[in-house]
Design a protein around this ligand. Structure first.
Ligand SMILES: *Cc1c(COP(=O)(O)O)cnc(C)c1O
Length: 415
């Protein structure tokens, strides 16, 4: 046993009480206003992380405060033993706005993925094809941190030390239709795609690839599952990223942006794809909690207001122009500007690491977030102003300037 006096040492770093699974920045925020986060000492940070694509409408949006406060004064929780009016309201809104006929509410993205996988497998099970349980997934994708979601993505670093991965997944290359076709067998039941790899470095599935996957699913009797947890709810300028390809999925997982900062997720399905989701097949104590769905409905109402998504596209265009300017200004550092809408990223050359840029940006009071493939994600709230985008670009420019003076990029003969 460890010594008790060590456990109770006064003045010890309070952050040690939280498990060290994140390499956290030493920043604590006290409140938020729109696109800004404010530390206890009053320092203002431009928030171009949005809690990793979560704060769709920025911080302290009056409509969300109103929805949450009104529900908090009325009713917090009853369980799914009873009908939940707010679930039915948000469910109907999602059904009206998407391909789906039915929705199941969860508390997180990972749970939505688990539910989507169960829905696909049970579809084949109740349709007399219980052997069709294998799911084709894509290398570099991220689907969450439960053991099955980790197995679906197949990232070895994430799975390390966690025991045997869950079986039933075939991992293939993104944007390579022939490699997808090559692994389809009589045991395959579904294909699961993140339309734009978020954690994976803002790598987009091409429109032709998505259309090709839809066609493969149709010709082989497979279900198409989309993970729109990061790309959904207006982030790319359409309500969902797959709408750019004009193809509907059969099942879709959402979370992050739908709650605007309140934990809520969901999986959506067509009536046909949901045939296996019969009484007793799935459940959640908290999923679709009245507080969560009240906030979710308020977020969706704002995002669906006429003109909202058009404004997202305008802001995205301005961001793209600003980033193109930075790429011209720092050709030794920036390799590429990636993404769609406000799900955007800068890919850096080997001269610099994205994490160094994230920290240099934080030193200029702008918050961004890294991703795989040496990418820094830029994820402002969807209601960010044009001026804030230009201010952000200015601060990123200062960060890149600071980095290039601190360590001038090598100018050897390496290409
Ligand atoms: C964040 C994310 C998840 C996991 O969501 P959690 O709410 O963290 O469980 C799954 N898939 C994608 C694409 C994500 O971005």
């Amino acid at each position: 046993m460890s010594a008790p006096q060590q456990k109770f040492t006064p003045g010890r770093d309070p952050s040690a009480a939280v498990m060290g699974t994140y390499a956290r920045q030493n920043l604590v925020f006290e409140r938020g206003e729109g696109s800004w986060l404010i530390a206890a000492d009053g320092t203002r940070y431009l928030d171009f992380t949005s809690g990793i694509a979560v704060n769709t409408l920025g911080h302290a949006h009056p409509r969300l405060i109103e929805a949450l406060s009104a529900q908090a004064a009325q009713l917090w929780h009853t369980s799914n033993l009873y009908r939940v009016a707010g679930q039915e309201k948000l469910g109907e809104m999602l059904v009206a706005a998407t391909f789906a006929d039915q929705v199941f509410f969860t508390n997180s993205g990972t749970e939505a993925i688990e539910g989507a996988i169960k829905t696909a497998r049970r579809y084949h099970y109740v349709n007399g094809n219980p052997e069709r349980q294998r799911i084709i997934t894509f290398k570099g994708a991220f689907h969450g941190r439960t053991l099955t979601a980790l197995s679906a993505a197949g990232n070895e670093k994430h799975l390390e030390g966690c025991g045997d991965p869950a079986g039933g997944f075939d991992h293939v290359e993104l944007n390579d239709l022939s490699s997808v076709e090559a692994v389809i067998t009589a045991q395959t039941g579904a294909i699961m795609l993140e339309p734009i790899l978020g954690e994976g470095g803002i790598r987009s599935a091409s429109i032709e690839f998505m259309q090709g996957l839809r066609a493969l699913c149709d010709s082989h009797g497979l279900l198409l599952i989309l993970d729109e947890i990061q790309s959904g709810v207006g982030r790319t300028g359409k309500l969902f990223a797959h709408q750019w390809a004009g193809i509907p999925p059969d099942i879709m997982a959402i979370a992050k942006g739908i709650g605007g900062g309140f934990p809520v997720g969901a999986f959506l399905a067509t009536k046909d794809a949901a045939t296996g989701m019969t009484p007793g097949s799935h459940g959640s104590t908290f999923g679709g909690n009245p507080l969560a769905v009240a906030v979710g409905a308020a977020v969706l109402e704002v995002v669906l207001e006429p003109g909202f998504l058009e404004t997202v596209e305008q802001r995205a265009l301005r961001l793209k122009q600003e980033m193109a300017r930075l790429k011209d200004q720092f050709p030794d550092l920036i390799e590429d500007i990636r993404g769609k809408g406000l799900l955007s990223g800068i890919k850096f050359k080997e001269t610099i690491t994205a994490q160094d840029v994230v920290l240099a940006c934080a030193a200029q009071n702008i918050l961004t977030v890294g991703a795989a493939d040496n990418v820094m994600r830029i994820l402002p709230p969807l209601n960010v102003s044009g001026e804030e985008i230009s201010e952000a670009a200015h601060r990123i420019e200062l960060a890149l300037q600071a980095l290039s003076t601190a360590a001038p990029p090598p100018r050897d003969n390496k290409s």
